[in-house]
Structures are given as C-alpha cells and as structure tokens.
Design a protein around this ligand. Structure first.
Ligand code: GLV
Ligand code: MN
Ligand code: MN
Length: 417
C-alpha cells in the first residue's frame, strides 16, 4: 500500500472516531438528528475539518456546509461531491459520513498531490438528509434544488412544531432556504460516495458499486377509526377494533413488498393507538408505512392496490380508514455518462465493481435535478445500516476514495468534457 493510502486510512479512522463523539447520549447508537444540539456542535467540527484540508468554507442559506477547492478556470462549472453527517435515531457512524469525510479527503489528496483541477471542486455536507420528525428527508439538497415548498415548511412533528419553526430555532431563515447561489450556477456533475447499506457487495466479494438508480419512496399514514368499548364486556364478534384493522394492514403492506416482481420493499414503521388505557378496545389508530422500488410499474400501482386492500379488510372489521399519502422522492436514474466515468475510474485503478441499484435514498436524488448525477458504493458489513452495528472497513472506504478521486479527475479532464 502506498503512503497516501495509509495516511488516508489513519485520517479516516481518526475522523470517524472524532465525529462519533457528537451524539445524543440519551439515545442508543450514534444518534445525531438534524436540528439537535449534538448535530449543531458536530457541524463546527466539520467546518474545521474542511478548513484543515485546505478548503474555503461557507454555510449556505439552506444550512449546507460547502467547502471549495478552487479550480484553474473560474468560469468552468463546479464538480460537486458530498453527503450528510446527520444520523437516524439509534444510527451508526458511516451512513453519509463516509461521503463527507471521503469528499474532504479526496479534495485533500488532490491538493497535496499538486493536481490542480480545471473546475472548482465543491464538497458539501448537506443539512439533515435522514427522514425526520416532519417526515421529510434530504432537507439541504432539496433546498439547494429549489424543491423545498411552503407546504413542506408547514409540516408538523408530533409536538405540533412546524418545520419552518424548527429552521428558525436552528438559526436559519425559512424564507431564504432555496436561495443557494452555488446551486443556481451551472454544475458539471454530482458524484456521491456512500456505504451500500445492504449486503450485495459483501456477498459478491466486490469492493465497489456504481449506482444505476435510486429507489422511489411512497409513504402513507393510515388512520383507522373503530369504536371504543369495554375490553372486558364487548363480545369478540361485536367489536370495531381499530388495532385489529391496523394489524391486518401491516400484513397487507408486507405482502405487497413480498409480491414485487423485481425490486420492491414495504415496511410499516409505527402503529399508535390514541387510547392509553389497557382495558379499552382501540377506536383510533395511526399507522405509518413506506414502500420503495426502482421498478416504476410496480411502484406506481402500489398506492391504488394498498388503499383498496387495506380499506376492504378494515371494512370487514367495521372500521373506517383514511389515507394520507406522500411521495418522499420519485425513482431517479443515475446519469449514464457519470456511471461510465465512475466505472472506467474503477477499471483504471483495477478495482472490481458492479452496477447496483440503491434501496436507500440520498442527497443525490435532488442533486440530479441540478447536474448529471452518479454514486459510488462501498460495502456494508453484513448489509447492516441505520443501526449501531453499521460498519465498513477503513480499507474499503479508502478504495472508495481512490475511485472518487479518479472519477473527479476524469470528470475534470478530457474524459469529462
Ligand atoms: C435514508 O437513508 C433512507 O433511505 O431513508
Ligand atoms: Mn445516507
Ligand atoms: Mn440513512
């Protein structure tokens, strides 16, 4: 292994350990949710990390941290890389973080090797990528893409706090979130390094994936309304039990995912009864579910099928149901040109790779509206992610960074023109 790679690995180990100190001690794993105190504190660290790598740093109106490595030609459109450093509740130390620390490291490697890019390189730590208490993912990249809407800012969390108020409390002006000058300029490409978050690369013994498409996500909240009754006296045949209807719906959601012909997953993440009493037949139950796929035909049919099946089953129990559907993001294909450039970068370096779809969503979905988009995946141990056991070997991350550097170089050079 050459000196640069071993230095990269040391810096990664130290960076991942350092960043993981910023976490909510009251929660499991490495919890650093958007707008929280540990998240706010961690971003000072990230700014410093970018500065130490020789980047000029700004925080834009959307709360994204943007580090710039100046290129030779000021008028040339910037190449953008990056990811996120927020985590899910009970999350791990690699999801998103690998793309931010990897992007910073790529910029450092380019600068220290004396490579002067023609184009500016922007390394972005996007604000709040994970879906949050407001049910919306990718806040920073969504804002950069000009996609964050007034309705989004009106979304409420379980305490009734609106997303717009959360921004204000965090110190960002909700009226300026989509005023992001670096994103309004023409951009050359967006390339995001990320952990796979699934088992495929490990199973195939491959160190790298070139992403073909990013899953679409449809979510719904179903509200079941039955009838409250004494749990000890109301006969079983005579109940309108909203919890039973929700339970049937959980199974219907699972069956839908199991029936997907190519790629599809369906998950119910929360079921809540309004009643807290242990001796009342539940009359009002909320259920939260999501469905994902990179298969447009299947995904577009899901809404109608699930709505019908769940309503029919609920009716058998005398329960009414109302649905609140929302699309988190549509299916987004990676740009074929950027896929080719990332693949040939891997080939140049002799790193084996495979084309791979992403079942997780990413900031890349929104950046794809601004620039040709691509993603590079590195393996996740046992396919675990969004949990404390999330792990990727440093050597694999270092290979991913080498591929990222080569991809950026190819995008900058004749191959990318
Ligand atoms: C983000 O990680 C998601 O796919 O929900
Ligand atoms: Mn992520
Ligand atoms: Mn995630």
């Amino acid at each position: 292994m050459h000196a640069t790679a071993s230095e990269t690995m040391e810096r990664l180990d130290e960076g991942i350990a350092d960043l993981s100190r910023f976490r909510d001690q009251a929660r499991p794993g490495w919890t650093r949710e958007v707008f929280s105190d540990p998240y706010r504190d961690s971003r000072t660290w990230t700014v410093q990390r970018m500065k130490d790598a020789g980047l000029e740093v700004i925080i834009d109106n959307a709360g994204n941290i943007v580090g710039r490595l100046a290129g030779r030609t000021p008028s040339a459109p910037a190449i953008v890389t990056g990811s996120h450093t927020d985590t899910v509740d009970g999350g791990g130390r690699f999801d998103g973080i690998v793309g931010v620390l990897g992007g910073i490291e790529a910029a450092r490697v380019l600068r220290e090797s004396g490579t002067r890019l023609d184009h500016d390189l922007l390394v972005v730590d996007f604000l709040g990528e994970e879906s949050n208490a407001f049910g919306l993912s990718c806040l920073g990249s969504r804002s950069a893409a000009g996609e964050l809407t007034a309705e989004d800012l009106d979304r409420q969390d379980y305490r009734g706090l609106r997303l717009g108020q959360a921004y204000t409390q965090y110190g960002l002006d909700p009226n300026k979130l989509t005023d992001v000058p670096w994103a309004r300029q023409r951009l050359k490409a967006f390339i995001e390094l990320h952990i796979e978050q699934g088992p495929t690369l490990q199973e195939r013994g491959l160190p790298l994936g070139v992403v073909t498409a990013i899953t679409g996500i449809e979510r719904f909240i179903a509200t079941f309304t039955g009838s409250a009754d004494h749990a000890g006296t109301r006969a079983m045949h005579d109940r309108r039990d909203a919890m039973v209807a929700a339970a049937e719906a959980v199974l219907a959601v699972r069956a839908e995912g199991c029936g997907a012909p190519t790629h599809g997953v369906a998950t119910s993440t929360r079921v809540e009864s309004e009643s807290r009493s242990p001796n009342v037949v539940p009359s009002l139950v909320h259920m939260h579910s999501e469905v994902r796929s990179v298969d447009p035909t299947w995904l577009s049919g899901v809404k109608g099928r699930l709505t019908r099946e769940i309503a029919a089953k609920a009716a058998e129990s005398g329960v009414d149901v109302e649905f609140d559907w929302s699309t988190d993001n549509p299916i987004v294909n990676a740009d074929p040109g950027v896929q080719d450039i990332a693949a040939s970068a891997a080939d140049t370096l002799g790193i084996p790779w495979m084309p791979i779809p992403s079942g997780a969503t990413h900031d890349a979905v929104h950046m794809a509206t601004l620039a040709p988009m691509g993603m590079i995946f590195v393996p996740s141990k046992d396919g675990k992610s969004h949990c404390p056991e999330e792990w990727t070997d440093t050597a694999d991350i270092a290979l991913g960074i080498e591929a990222l550097v080569q991809t950026i170089t190819n995008l900058d050079g004749p191959a990318g023109r």
